[in-house]
Design a protein around this ligand. Structure first.
Ligand SMILES: [Mg+2]
Length: 177
């Protein structure tokens, strides 16, 4: 595969629709204007630091506001366990664990749960090869956030290396126009 083919693959499947620092920097007005009605949200390093329960006040406010704005929210995580259920219950949102992102099964379950058409759903997550790739495969609006901390699963740390390469290539190709 030449540079051009690789880039076109990157831009179709690995390119997020939007990139922001933290989840609470996402403008809900913009989402509403795009007719987004459902949110599929990653947990680790998107809502909380990896493996932790604590959530920033701004994140909690953003989620409460999203609920007030009428967005359906489903947490979709490759992780599983009591922590997920506990956080979902605290937030009063649906959740799917052991999702095996970027596989489509978990995303499809989330879409089913939200009862919203895929083109009106935004995926929010911190990983290109799970959250963004999975969302793009199903035609969802994908939002990449910066990971909240550098503490993460060893496998994720390894994946950050090609992820940085992809994001760099995408940035360069955008600059070229
Ligand atoms: Mg994550």
């Amino acid at each position: 595969m030449g540079e051009h083919c690789l880039l076109s693959f990157f831009s179709r499947k690995l390119n997020p629709s939007l990139q922001v620092g933290r989840i609470f920097e996402i403008s809900q007005e913009d989402l509403l204007r795009r007719d987004i009605k459902g949110l599929i949200v990653d947990l680790d390093n998107t809502l909380t630091e990896w493996g932790r329960d604590a959530m920033a006040e701004e994140t909690l406010d953003w989620l409460r506001q999203a609920q007030d704005n009428g967005f359906g929210i489903c947490m979709l995580s490759n992780n599983r366990g009591d922590r997920l259920a506990r956080i979902a219950e605290t937030l009063n949102i649906a959740f799917i664990e052991g999702a095996s992102k970027p596989r489509r099964r978990g995303f499809r379950q989330a879409i089913e749960l939200l009862q919203v058409e895929p083109e009106r759903i935004a995926v929010i997550g911190d990983q290109v090869f799970t959250d963004v790739l999975g969302g793009n495969r199903l035609g969802l609006y994908t939002i990449l956030v910066s990971p909240m901390s550098s503490r993460e699963f060893i496998g994720t740390r390894l994946v950050r290396i090609p992820e940085r390469a992809v994001l760099g290539a995408l940035k360069r190709s955008k600059r070229k126009g």
